[in-house]
Design a protein around this ligand. Structure first.
Ligand SMILES: [Zn+2]
Length: 406
């Protein structure tokens, strides 16, 4: 096993979540009758560049890329986050109607729609047909492909370099992070700016967010490691900001080396990561024991509910929930169904656990005694939406970082 970035041998284990199927491989009723493909879900730490990464299964990378039934625009808070980002970027980087914005992994146009509204030319790069077609309907030019150096060279050749590249919540999901960053450097204009957002490794460790680990999430990133990866492509981080999204993310801005003056925030965050111990072996050693405790407490909670004859459902058929449910070995006898607002998932079954996915209206038709909110990062939004259930005696609970009623 070699590091995805620097090629050093990987010897330091961080997390072992057993075997898990690709987290977005939702099953149809017919597929329940067939064998299901699973892979070990193990995360290793590179002690050379400190890139924390899932173990690489060369034959499986293609499979893990086949997401996404997820449409970003289904989350209201996510749309607001995107709108605020665009307003900020237009003002701060002086974007005009002569500028060109490229978003990598542009999904259904949840973000670029704001640039269209501001009459700023843009291009969405998105490999998934269904989401890309939705974005095209909003008038956003599309390039339906995976991004990397090869595509970047072609875009540059076609005169489609960018003043602003938005690559928010994609860096952690690319199998070949070096090729991806090389492509970014290729299509970034000399004075251009690139924005990356990614869940911060420091939060994952500190708040025990092990359910953010799944096969399609290849890298668990720190500022320090991203700086090293970008530096190899001649890019330099000039600003960094901590965000509350995804349980604590970093937004970093980078540019070609020397093109922008470097904010004091960069050094401050580097110091925070150093003090926390992200670049020390000991920081990674006790994590497995801690998350096994969370698993055991979750199972104890479900078994107690079962012994009391209570019905338990869950909210949110997404990767996070799949990791937790599969690691804990939960099956439909303990959580009878999960609801999700995405019509593309309804009527299917969660991979691994085989828990049926129903529309949210199922909760109103037969309120469960307990509703487990799986996406803890938007637990408040979901709790508010499901407030009326409380009148029927439904208790709402979250599992991470500890099981509790909300
Ligand atoms: Zn490495």
């Amino acid at each position: 096993m070699k590091c995805r970035h620097c090629g050093s041998p990987l010897c330091l284990p961080f997390v072992d979540l057993g075997f898990a199927p690709p987290s977005n491989a939702y099953l149809t009723v017919d597929q329940l009758e067939q064998p299901e493909l699973t892979f070990p879900l193990k995360v290793m730490v590179c002690e050379q560049c400190w890139l924390v990464q899932t173990k690489d299964y060369a034959q499986a990378d293609d499979l893990f890329d086949k997401d996404y039934a997820y449409f970003s625009s289904t989350s209201k808070s996510w749309l607001e986050h995107a709108e605020l980002f665009c307003e900020m970027a237009i003002g701060r980087f002086g974007l005009t109607t002569n500028s060109h914005v490229i978003e990598i992994a542009s999904n259904d146009g949840y973000l670029l729609r704001n640039f269209v509204a501001a009459s700023i030319a843009c291009l969405g790069i998105e490999p998934t047909q269904s989401t890309s077609e939705a974005a095209a309907k909003l008038g956003i030019p599309q390039c339906q492909a995976f991004f990397g150096q090869q595509l970047a060279q072609q875009l540059k050749h076609d005169g489609k370099s960018a003043d602003l590249i938005v690559a928010n919540n994609v860096l952690a999901h690319v199998p070949d992070i070096n090729d991806f960053c090389q492509g970014v450097a290729t299509i970034l204009k000399p004075q251009g700016v690139v924005s990356f957002e990614f869940p911060h490794l420091l939060n994952l460790i500190e708040q025990k967010q092990f359910d953010t680990i799944y096969h399609e999430h290849f890298s668990y990133l720190s500022l320090g490691t991203v700086q090293a990866i970008l530096a190899e492509q001649g890019l330099e981080v000039f600003d960094v900001e901590a965000l509350t999204t995804h349980g604590g993310s970093l937004r970093i801005f980078a540019a070609h080396k020397g093109a922008q003056s470097i904010s004091a925030s960069v050094e401050l965050l580097q110091a925070k990561e150093n003090t926390f111990g992200l670049f020390r072996r000991e920081t990674y050693l006790g994590f497995q024991t801690e998350i096994e405790q969370i698993k055991n407490d979750f199972l104890a909670f479900l078994l107690e509910a079962k012994s009391k004859g209570q019905s338990v459902a869950a909210y949110g058929a997404a990767a996070k929930g799949n990791t937790l449910l599969n690691f804990a070995g939960v099956r439909p006898d303990l959580v009878s169904y999960v609801v999700d607002a995405a019509p593309s998932k309804q009527g299917k079954f969660l991979p691994g656990s085989h828990i049926p996915i129903l529309p949210p209206s199922a909760l109103r038709e037969a309120p469960p005694d307990v509703l487990i909110i799986l996406p803890w990062n938007i637990a408040d939004e979901i709790a508010t939406q499901n407030q009326p259930l409380r009148a029927h005696g439904t208790q709402l609970a979250v599992v991470m970082p500890e099981i509790k009623l909300v």
